[in-house]
Design a binder for this molecule. Structure first.
Ligand code: GRF
Length: 197
C-alpha cells in the first residue's frame, strides 16, 4: 500500500480529486497518510478533515528564517514515512535536502504543457494569463517528477485542453483543472502505486 503525503497551499481541488480517486477505486494500492499545508485556514485542510485524513500546517510565518522552516517542513514530511509526496497546488520551494532524501518520489501538477508557460513566476492564474497572451490554441496540464529546478523534472503524464474564444484566465484555469489536472494526478498516483512508472 503506497503511503502518500499531499502538500497543499489553497483550495485543495487537486487533493479532492485524489481523495475521490481513492474512494471510487480509480486509485488502488495507495492511501493518503497526511496532508501538509504552508497556509492556515485554507479549504484544502477542511477537505482533509472531512475525509478523516491527518493534516498539519507548517507555515514560514512561524519560523525565524527559511532554514528553520525548511527543517520543520522536512521533519513533518518524514513523520508520515511517505513512499510518495504529491505537490497539489503547493506554492513553496521544496528544500534541496528534501529532494535529495525523496529523489524520484516527489511529483507535481503544473497547469500547462511543460515546457510552455512554466518556471519561476508561472503559477496559478499567471500560467493561464500567459497562455492567453501568447494566443495558444491548446494548453493543458503536466504531472512531473520534482527535481532541483522549477518545473524541470522528468514528465510523467500530460493532457491537452482546448483554449476557447472569449476565455478569461479564470475560465481557462477551471477548464484545465476539470479536464486535465483532476484526471492526471489520480492517474499518475495510480500508475506509481501499481509500479507502472
Ligand atoms: C491549480 O491551478 C493547480 O494547477 C496549481 O495550484 C492551483 C490550485 O490547486 N498547481 P488546488 O485547487 O489547491 O488543488
Amino acid at each position: 500500500m503506497l503511503r502518500v503525503v499531499v502538500m497543499v497551499s489553497g483550495g485543495g481541488t487537486n487533493l479532492q480529486a485524489i481523495i475521490d480517486g481513492i474512494a471510487n477505486k480509480e486509485i488502488e494500492h495507495a492511501h493518503i497518510v497526511g496532508v501538509i499545508s504552508n497556509n492556515y485556514g485554507v479549504y484544502a485542510l477542511e477537505r482533509a478533515a472531512k475525509a478523516g485524513i491527518d493534516h498539519a500546517v507548517v507555515s514560514p510565518k512561524d519560523f525565524a528564517d527559511r532554514t528553520s522552516f525548511n527543517e520543520a517542513l522536512l521533519d513533518k514530511v518524514r513523520s508520515y514515512e511517505p513512499d510518495l509526496i504529491v505537490l497539489a497546488g503547493f506554492l513553496v520551494v521544496i528544500p534541496e535536502k528534501m529532494i535529495d532524501e525523496y529523489e524520484n518520489r516527489i511529483i507535481n501538477i503544473h497547469p500547462s504543457l511543460i515546457p510552455s508557460f512554466c518556471g519561476t513566476g508561472y503559477y496559478g492564474l499567471k500560467v493561464h494569463e500567459a497562455a492567453l497572451a501568447r494566443g495558444v490554441k491548446l494548453t493543458g496540464a503536466t504531472v512531473h517528477y520534482v527535481d532541483k529546478g522549477t518545473d524541470t523534472g522528468p514528465i510523467i503524464l500530460q493532457k491537452a485542453v482546448e483554449v476557447k474564444d472569449g476565455d478569461t484566465p479564470e475560465i481557462l484555469q477551471r477548464r484545465v483543472m476539470e479536464e486535465a489536472e483532476w484526471k492526471l494526478l489520480p492517474e499518475a498516483i495510480s500508475k506509481i502505486a501499481k509500479e507502472k512508472i
